[in-house]
Design a protein around this ligand. Sequence first.
Ligand code: TYD
Length: 232
Amino acid sequence: MGRGDDLRDGVGAPGVGLFVTFEGPEGCGKSTQLRLLKSYLQEQGWDVLDTREPGSTPIGERVRAILLDPACAEMVPTTEFLLFSAARAQHVAQVIRPHLARGGVVLCDRYADSSLAYQGYGHQLDLEVVRRITDFATGGLVPDLTFYLDVPVEVGLRRKSGGSGDAWNRIEQKGIAYHGRVRSGYLTMAAADPDRWVVVDATQSVERVQELIRAAVQARWNGPKGEKGGTR
Ligand code: TYD
């Protein structure tokens, strides 16, 4: 597929970008997959921006430091959610929207669905409130395509701890229950909006997962929504 290929239907034209997000539990391999997709799209001549949440702006990186600071262990879920949302508002306004407006492709490692999954389903904050505040923070910017890289909770946590039995043993039962709610939250959201979400079994090889991701991007460009370049 070359850049001049008319299957692209407007993606790449000024004002019509493609916004792709990667979601998944700890250790699902989304950063690797995002990087591989980025190289592939760049080889085709696309103007690809890769970015991540929380962070990716000077203000967002400062908010990220607060969110990750062990000294902030007493932070309540509502504060956590509002900080993620504040960083996101800045990210959308300063980075994501301008790149889409230039007709580029944005690949984002986590976005608003992480707040739904981790703060909404995981911490059991009111989902409707989380949705409304997220809509406010993003100005209603919804991804065109979202990959959910699915791995069972235990597999993801083991991968994240580098296969170390010690790290695995330190994970409390409460942590596992929380990550279980996060995963089923993701699966619920994906099932409710199959036009946007693509669920990929991320226990498969890196190469196979990437093949499925590329096929889904291609299908997205060829499909009926590709004509308008998105659902925003
Ligand atoms: P990060 O180090 O970027 O991890 P990962 O490789 O898993 O993306 O840390 C981000 C953490 O923040 C991750 O555990 C998910 C969590 N998170 C939320 O809880 N809510 C959010 O809205 C976002 C964007 C991330």
